[in-house]
Design a protein around this ligand. Structure first.
Ligand code: ADP
Ligand code: ZN
Length: 618
C-alpha cells in the first residue's frame, strides 16, 4: 500500500473514491491538521470519512490510534469490517467480545498498530480505559477522538445518553488531541448543547445543507392504508429493502404478518420483542437483500445500511424533526429513494390527543402542539414539500421537482364556504344546550342524514341540517381534517368532540380564504412511467450482457460477504458492481478506475472479479 498522507490520496487509495463530497475536504484537512470540529451533516452525507481519513492521515504521519465513540454497539462489527476490507487496521471494544479477544484488541491498540478503535462511551470513561489512554498519550500515540452521534449528549432529543455527559473528560485530560463531534441532528438547541457539554467552544463548526436530493417525498391521503402500502411496494419497490414505520407494536406485528401473507419478505421490530429477536431481525435486514422492516421508532438509529430504497409511514411521526430523521434512513448511497406517508383525519386527532393526555406541563405541551402543527402544515401543503422541510430547518431553497407536489401539482379548491358550514355546525351544537359532538355526527347533520343520533337530539331542526348535501362524506372528512390540521378546529376528550378555536372566528367572518388540497385520485406513477423501479434493478442502465454480469457479480459478492460474515454492501456497493458490469473492465488498472475500488480491494478481489466478468488473468 502506498504511504501517502494527503487526504486526497487516502480517499483514492483506501476508499477508491475520486473526489470528496461537499464540505468533507475542508473538514478532513482541518481535523487532520489537529483542529477540533463539530460536523453537522445529514444522514448519508458522508460523515464517516470526516474522521476516518484524518485518522489514517495522522496514523501514517505519526502512528497512533483514533478513538471513535459510538453508542451503537450493534453496528461496530460491520463498521470495523468495512475498514478492514479497505485495508485499514481497525477494531472495536464492547461487551460482545470474549476476554481473549479484548486482550488482543488492547495489545493492538497499545502497540500503536491500530488505526481506529470503536468503543461505547461507558467503556471509554472507565478508569481502566483512561489509564490505557494515558499511556498512549505519554508515548504520543493518541491521534484523534471522534464522537459520533454527538446529539446523544443533549437532553433535548430523544436519543439522550447519560454516558455521553462524561465525555468532557477527554478534553480535560488530553487537551492536545483533536476532537471531531458528528451528528445529523440540525437544530440550534442541540448544537448549542453539544458545544457546551463537550467543551467544543473552540471547535470549527461545519454545517452542510440538510437537503437529501435523492429522496422523493410523498404524503398522501389515507384511505385503505394497508392496500395503499402494498400497491406502493409492488408498483415501485418490488424486491427493494425498506422500512415501514407504525406507531404501535400491535400494528407493527399485524402489518408485518399481512405483508408476508401478500408475498413480501417482511419482519417486525419493536421494543416489545426480546433483545435476541430484535438483533436477529436487524442482522437479517442488514445482511439480506430486499427485506422490509416493519417497525416502531425503536428501530433505525444509526442503521447505516446504504441501500434502503424506501421509508414508509403508516402513522404520523411526532414532528418534522422525527419525519426528517426517519425518512433520512432511505437512500444513504445517494441513489433514488422514496419517503412515502399516508395520513388521515384519525391521525391528526390521535396525535393531538396524545399530547393533550400526556402528563407533561403546559409549556411543554404548547411546544409539542406547535411542532405538530408544523408537521400538519407540511402534510397539507400544496406547494413543494422540500422547500417547506428545509425551510423548517432554516434553509432557503427552490421548488425541487422531486416531491409529489412538484411532480403532480395537486388541485386546490376554495373551501372557505365548506369550512364555514363546518364551523357553524359546531357552533349550533354548542348553542343547543352546550352539547359536544364528534366528526361523524357533524357530517351526518351537514349532509342531512336522519341517523338515530340526529333524531335523538332533534338535530334535524338545526339550521345547519342538510346544508352540506353537495359534498360526500369523504370530502367532508377531508375538510375537517384540514381544518383541524390548520388549527381552525380542534377535538377534545375521550370522544374527540369538536371544539372551536380562536381562529375559527376569522374563518366564520370570511377573513381567511381557505384553499384546500383536493383529494386527488392519487395519480402517482404508473409502473410504466418508472422503468427503473423494476425488481432488483441495477442503479445504472445496463444492456442484457451488462445485466448478466451484474447478476454474476452480485452472486459472487454474496459468497464473499457470507464467508467474511459481513453485509454485502461492505464488500462493494451495488453502484460499484453496476459500474463494473457496465464498463466491463478487462484489466486490473481499468478496474481500479471504478469508484469504490480501493487498492486493498483491488489486490484482494481484482483477479476474482475479472474472472467473474469472464476475463481470467493468464
Ligand atoms: P453518514 O454517516 O453521514 O450517514 P456515511 O459516512 O455512512 O454517511 O456515508 C454514506 C455513503 O456515502 C457511504 O456509503 C459512503 O461510502 C459514501 N460516501 C461518502 N463520501 C463519499 C465520497 N466522497 N465519494 C463517494 N462516496 C462517498
Ligand atoms: Zn418539491
Amino acid at each position: 500500500m502506498n504511504d501517502s498522507h494527503s487526504p486526497r490520496d487516502i480517499l483514492r487509495d483506501v476508499f477508491g473514491y475520486s473526489a470528496f463530497r461537499g464540505e468533507q475536504e475542508q473538514i478532513v484537512s482541518h481535523v487532520a491538521g489537529g483542529g477540533d470540529a463539530l460536523v453537522l451533516m445529514p444522514t448519508g452525507g458522508g460523515k464517516s470519512l470526516c474522521y476516518q481519513v484524518p485518522a489514517i492521515a495522522r496514523h501514517r504521519a505519526q502512528r497512533g490510534v483514533a478513538v471513535v465513540v459510538s453508542p451503537l454497539i450493534a453496528l461496530m462489527h460491520d463498521q470495523v469490517g468495512a475498514l478492514e476490507e479497505a485495508g485499514v487496521h481497525a477494531a472495536f471494544l464492547n461487551s460482545t467480545l470474549s476476554f481473549e479477544e479484548t486482550q488482543h484488541v488492547e495489545r493492538e491498540m497499545m502497540s500503536g498498530r491500530l488505526v481506529l478503535l470503536y468503543a461505547a462511551p461507558e467503556r471509554i470513561t472507565t478508569p481502566r480505559f483512561l489509564a490505557q489512554l494515558d499511556s498512549l498519550q505519554e508515548r504520543g500515540l493518541l491521534s484523534l477522538f471522534a464522537i459520533d452521534e454527538a446529539h446523544c449528549v443533549s437532553q433535548w432529543g430523544h436519543d439522550f445518553r447519560e454516558e455521553y455527559l462524561a465525555l468532557n473528560v477527554l478534553h480535560e485530560r488530553y487537551p492536545g488531541v483533536p476532537r471531531v463531534a458528528l451528528t445529523a441532528t440540525a437544530d440550534d438547541l442541540t448544537r448549542a448543547d453539544i458545544i457546551e457539554r463537550l467543551q467544543l467552544e473552540d471547535a470549527k463548526v461545519f454545517i452542510s445543507s440538510f437537503d437529501r436530493p435523492n429522496i422523493r417525498y410523498s404524503i398522501i391521503e389515507k384511505k385503505e392504508a394497508r392496500s395503499q402500502l402494498l400497491r406502493f411496494i409492488q408498483d415501485e419497490h418490488e424486491g427493494d429493502a425498506g422500512v415501514v414505520y407504525c406507531q404501535s407494536r400491535k400494528k407493527v406485528e399485524e402489518t408485518a404478518d399481512w405483508l408476508v401473507s401478500e408475498g413480501i419478505k417482511a419482519l417486525p421490530y419493536h421494543a416489545g420483542l426480546s433483545a435476541d429477536v430484535r438483533k436477529r431481525h436487524q442482522d437479517r435486514f442488514l445482511r439480506e437483500e430486499g427485506l422490509v422492516m416493519v417497525a416502531t421508532i425503536a428501530f433505525g438509529m444509526g442503521i447505516d445500511k446504504p441501500d434502503v430504497r424506501f421509508v414508509a409511514h403508516l402513522d404520523l411521526p411526532k414532528n418534522i424533526e422525527s419525519y426528517y430523521q426517519e425518512t433520512g434512513r432511505a437512500g444513504r448511497d445517494g441513489m433514488p429513494a422514496d419517503a412515502w406517508m399516508v395520513y388521515g383525519l384519525a391521525d391528526v386527532v390521535n396525535q393531538r390527543r396524545m399530547i393533550d393526555e400526556s402528563p407533561a406541563g403546559d409549556d411543554f405541551k404548547r411546544g409539542q402542539i406547535g411542532k405538530l402543527d408544523a408537521l400538519l402544515a407540511l402534510a397539507e401543503a400544496h406547494d413543494c414539500r422540500r422547500v417547506r422541510l428545509l425551510g423548517y430547518f432554516g434553509e432557503n431553497s427552490q421548488p425541487c421537482g422531486n416531491c409529489d407536489n412538484c411532480l403532480n401539482p395537486p388541485q386546490t379548491w376554495d373551501a372557505s364556504e365548506a369550512a364555514r358550514k363546518v364551523l357553524s355546525g359546531v357552533y349550533r351544537f354548542h348553542q343547543r344546550g352546550g352539547q359536544r359532538f364528534g366528526a361523524g355526527h357533524l357530517i351526518d347533520v351537514l349532509r342531512g342524514k336522519a341517523s338515530d343520533k340526529v333524531q335523538q337530539y332533534k338535530h334535524e331542526t338545526l339550521s345547519t341540517f342538510g346544508i352540506g348535501a353537495d359534498l360526500s362524506e369523504v370530502q367532508w372528512r377531508g375538510v375537517l381534517r384540514q381544518l383541524i390540521a390548520l388549527g381552525h378546529l380542534r377535538t377534545e376528550g375521550e370522544y374527540n368532540t369538536l371544539e372551536l378555536t380562536p381562529s375559527s372566528r376569522d374563518v366564520l367572518r370570511s377573513e381567511v380564504q381557505l384553499l384546500l388540497r383536493d383529494n386527488p385520485k392519487t395519480p402517482g406513477r404508473t409502473k410504466a412511467s418508472r422503468p427503473g423501479a423494476k425488481p432488483k434493478a441495477p442503479p445504472v442502465a445496463l444492456d442484457v450482457q451488462g445485466l448478466e454480469r451484474f447478476t454474476a457479480l452480485k452472486a459472487w459478492r454474496g459468497e464473499v460477504a457470507r464467508e467474511h460474515n459481513l453485509p454485502a454492501y461492505v464488500v462493494f456497493h451495488d453502484a460499484t458492481l453496476a459500474e463494473m458490469a457496465r464498463s466491463h473492465p478487462r484489466r486490473l488498472d481499468e478496474l481500479a478506475q471504478i469508484s469504490g475500488v480501493g487498492s486493498k480491494k483491488l489486490e484482494a478481489y481484482g483477479p476474482e472479479i475479472l474472472r467473474v466478468l469472464g476475463h481470467a488473468l493468464s
